[in-house]
Write a protein that binds this ligand. Structure first.
Ligand SMILES: [Zn+2]
Length: 175
């Protein structure tokens, strides 16, 4: 399959929307020494940080880039941007007060989903469980059938990290 040769682009596109968040956290925590509580209750909502994070989650910008990539027949870029779109659309469905402005620069409107990917008051437990099933299932598929060799390594690590807490719980429970 041709898409398999684009595994770097697809993996990169899947990760890039969260990259500004990693930079945000590392800057606040390690450079500025902000506490975790202040980071997620105050600093995360700082307009400058929000603007920076929103750029990487903008559906119109991803769409524009995809149109240019399609016209230029740049299939790797198209795969990269499609992967970004999947991430951003998924984020759109499972974020509440922490939602990104997915439609900048056209609109700064944020969709407040009835469902949260982490908050137990808004089905966070259910979404978290579903996410775990997706990770374990997806990793198993990548590991056994479709995977590029590097994807298999990533899938193996993900699978290991996903089942680690279960083993830990089991070890505590048995003791
Ligand atoms: Zn995200």
């Amino acid at each position: 399959m041709r898409w398999r040769s684009h595994w770097v682009a697809i993996t990169g596109g899947a990760l890039i929307p969260d990259l500004p968040m990693v930079l945000f956290y590392l800057t606040e925590r390690l450079v500025l020494g902000t506490s975790n509580r202040v980071i997620w209750s105050t600093r995360y909502f700082d307009p400058a940080w929000q603007g920076f994070i929103d750029i990487f989650n903008s559906l119109p910008l991803i769409g524009l880039g995809a149109y240019i990539a399609w016209r230029a027949r740049a299939s790797a870029w198209l795969a990269f941007l499609a992967s970004m779109a999947v991430h951003s659309l998924t984020d759109l469905l499972v974020h509440r007060e922490d939602a990104h402005a997915h439609f900048i620069p056209l609109s700064s409107w944020r969709f407040i989903s009835p469902v949260s990917y982490w908050d137990p008051r808004y089905y966070g437990g259910l979404v978290g469980g579903f996410e775990l099933v997706l990770i374990v299932g997806g990793s198993a598929v990548l590991l056994t059938c479709y995977g590029h060799r590097s994807w298999r390594v990533i899938a193996g690590v993900l699978l290991f990290l996903s089942i680690l807490p279960a083993f830990y719980a089991l070890s505590v429970w048995i003791r």
